[in-house]
Design a binder for this molecule. Structure first.
Ligand SMILES: N[C@@H](CCC(=O)N[C@@H](CS)C(=O)NCC(=O)O)C(=O)O
Length: 203
């Protein structure tokens, strides 16, 4: 059985979304990053990076890093989430990297946890504001990428796992979503995998 190391409400929601979408059986082990469970020796023994998501395979291998876990899911569990055309595959990986590496790490990280970087409260406000601008720019790029398609690459794909958590965070943090992204989030929430999941998305 696969085991997803997951903190509800965090970016591991995106991998949970893809596993639910794949419709396969898996276990979920909660690692609450708000209370520091990612730093326990037990979890570090599984993932020395101390981050979620991580996915433990049947043979004990632990996969880390959102993009590579999403890639593995598309290659081995859910071919319907992995495009066939080389250029679309390449754009899918670029979209994943943009969402996780830029919109999340260089945007939401500063919106959500500026205190991790600076202790001065004015500096935290400046960092939060910088993060909000990065997220807004990111949402505009994603809106152009989506255009009038149903999902980010056209048909549903592994890129939509990252899009799901990015849009979910944006809505929760009071960002105004461009119309096509708001409709896409509604469509993603209406899919059977998410709608019928065990409910480990909310913190
Ligand atoms: N590069 C990692 C980043 C994952 C990440 O930042 N996860 C956050 C939750 S959204 C985390 O585990 N934070 C705990 C910490 O930084 O201590 C990936 O792509 O999976």
């Amino acid at each position: 059985m696969l085991t997803l190391f997951h903190s509800p409400g965090s970016c591991s929601n995106g991998i949970l979304y893809l596993l639910d979408e794949a419709g396969i059986a898996f276990d979920t082990q909660v690692v609450n990053v708000r209370t520091g469970e990612q730093n326990t020796p037990e979890y570090r023994a599984q993932n020395p990076k101390g981050k979620v998501p991580a996915l433990k395979l049947k043979d004990g291998t632990v996969l880390t890093e959102f993009q590579s876990i999403a890639y593995w899911i598309g290659q081995s569990l859910a071919p319907q989430l992995w495009p066939g055309d080389l250029m679309v595959q390449t754009r899918t990986l670029a979209a994943l990297d943009f969402m996780v590496g830029s919109v999340h790490m260089r945007g939401f990280t500063f919106v959500k946890v500026p205190q991790k970087f600076v202790s001065d409260t004015d500096a935290q406000d400046a960092l939060r504001s910088h993060g909000r601008t990065q997220v807004e720019n990111g949402l505009n790029v994603l809106s152009e990428m989506l255009a009038d398609q149903e999902y980010l690459m056209g048909p549903i794909s592994i890129a939509d796992g990252a899009l799901f958590y990015i849009l979910d965070w944006a809505a929760a943090d009071g960002f105004e979503l461009p119309k096509n992204l708001a409709s896409c989030l509604t469509r993603l929430r209406a899919r059977a995998g998410f709608a019928n999941s065990k409910g480990l998305y909310s913190s």
